[in-house]
Write a new protein. Structure first.
Lengths: 235, 113
C-alpha cells in the first residue's frame, strides 16, 4: 500500500511559527489533507510533542516525533523518532548543548508550550534557533545511535542548509535528505529524497508530501521504505 | 561622524531600504553565521554578509546595527525588506565580496572621519 507522509512541521513553540498554529491543529489539518504520517519537528525543542501525541491519537493519524536541530554550522537537521519517550530523551542531550540567548519576543516571536486543548502552559525563554555545539556529522551519528532517523532539512535552501552552509552534502549515513524542489541529481543519488511541508502556519500543512510503500503507516514501514528507496511524489 | 547616507553614497552600493539616513556608522562586522554575529557585532556597526533573509534583520535589530550590506549580488527577500523597513535597519547591496566590502568600508570610514 502507499501512504502519504509529511515529516517536517512546526508548531507555536517555534519562534517563526504562527502563535495559533497549535500541535493539535497540525494533527487535525494533516489528517484532513490526507496525510497518513505526520511529524512535529520544532526548532531544538520537543516541548510540544506530548500535546502532539495526544492529538494524533485522538485524530487517528500516525505521529512521528522530531526536532529540527541547528548544528554548530547552523545547518538544520531533522531528528525523527518513533515514540515521544525516545524524542524527549534525545532532546535532553540537545537542550544541554544549545547556546542559550534570551528570546526577544518582539523580534523573533513567542515560543509557547501548549496542551492538547490549545491552552498555553508555558513559554521557553531562550531563543530556540540554537545553535547546538554539535557538528553536523557528529549529530548524524548521535541521532542514528539513538534509533532515530537523521534527515538534513531542505538541503536546497539558500540558508541553514547543508549545501548553503557546508558547500556540499558530505557523504554520511543519512536516513534520507529533504528537498524543497526535487532535483534529478539527488533523486538518482545514494539517499532517498523526502519532501516535507516545513509548515509554520495552518495553510502550509500538506503543501509538500512524500509517498512510501509498505504494509502499514507506521515507523517500521517508514524505516524500511527509506532503506529500500520506496518513495514517490505527487504528480 | 559618518552616517549611513554618506557611507552608502561613498560606497556606491545599491540602497534597498534606508528609513533613517542619519543613523550613525561606527564600523563593520563581517559574518554569515548569525549566532556568531549575535555574539560579536556591536551597536551602530554595518553587518557585511550574504544572509538575505528576515532573521538577519532580527539579529541586526537586536544588536542595534545600522545596516546590512548584502554581498556577492545576493538579493534581499521581500519579507526581509519589509522587516528592515519596520525596524529602521538599512539594507545595501553589492556585487563585491565580503572582503572587498570590508576593505572599502574601512577606507570610507577613515575618509569621513
Amino acid at each position: 500500500m502507499r501512504f502519504s507522509i509529511d515529516l517536517h512541521n512546526h508548531s507555536c513553540l517555534s519562534p517563526c511559527a504562527d502563535d495559533d498554529f497549535y500541535p493539535s491543529i497540525l494533527a487535525l489539518e494533516a489528517k484532513d489533507k490526507g496525510i497518513d504520517m505526520v511529524a512535529l519537528s520544532d526548532h531544538n525543542s520537543t516541548a510540544n510533542l506530548i500535546a502532539f501525541k495526544e492529538a494524533c491519537d485522538l485524530v487517528g493519524i500516525t505521529g512521528v516525533y522530531g526536532m529540527e536541530i541547528t548544528t554548530i554550522e547552523e545547518v538544520h537537521l531533522l531528528s525523527l523518532f518513533e515514540t515521544v519517550e525516545e524524542a524527549l530523551e534525545f532532546s535532553q542531550i540537545i537542550t544541554k548543548s544549545l547556546v542559550k540567548i534570551e528570546n526577544n519576543v518582539r523580534l523573533f516571536g513567542h515560543q509557547h508550550i501548549v496542551n492538547v486543548n490549545c491552552e498555553i502552559t508555558g513559554e521557553v525563554d531562550y531563543l530556540l534557533y540554537g545553535p547546538s555545539t554539535y557538528s553536523f556529522e557528529d549529530l548524524i551519528g548521535l541521532i542514528l545511535s539513538h534509533d532515530g532517523l537523521a534527515v538534513p532539512a531542505h538541503i536546497d535552501r539558500p540558508s541553514n542548509s547543508a549545501l548553503a552552509n557546508l558547500g556540499f552534502l558530505p557523504a554520511a549515513p543519512y536516513s534520507a535528505v529533504e528537498m524543497i524542489h526535487l532535483d534529478r541529481t539527488y533523486l538518482d543519488g545514494p539517499y532517498p529524497v523526502l519532501q516535507g511541508s516545513d509548515a509554520h502556519t495552518l495553510n502550509h500543512v500538506g503543501r509538500r508530501r512524500t509517498f512510501i510503500e509498505g504494509p502499514r503507516p507506521d515507523f517500521s514501514t517508514l524505516r524500511s521504505a527509506l532503506e529500500a528507496h520506496k518513495v514517490s511524489y505527487p504528480a | 561622524m559618518a552616517n549611513i547616507a554618506k557611507v552608502a553614497e561613498a560606497l556606491g552600493y545599491t540602497v534597498v531600504t534606508m528609513k533613517d539616513p542619519e543613523r550613525n556608522v561606527s564600523g563593520g562586522y563581517a559574518g554569515d553565521l548569525l549566532s556568531d554575529v549575535m555574539g560579536h557585532a556591536d551597536e551602530d556597526e554595518l553587518l557585511i554578509t550574504i544572509q538575505g533573509h528576515k532573521n538577519t534583520v532580527a539579529v541586526a535589530s537586536l544588536l542595534s546595527l545600522t545596516a546590512i550590506i548584502l554581498c556577492n549580488g545576493r538579493e534581499a527577500l521581500q519579507d526581509m525588506i519589509e522587516s528592515a523597513e519596520a525596524e529602521g535597519v538599512a539594507i545595501l547591496q553589492t556585487q563585491e565580496t565580503q572582503y572587498q566590502a570590508s576593505v572599502r568600508l574601512d577606507g570610507v570610514l577613515k575618509a569621513l572621519k
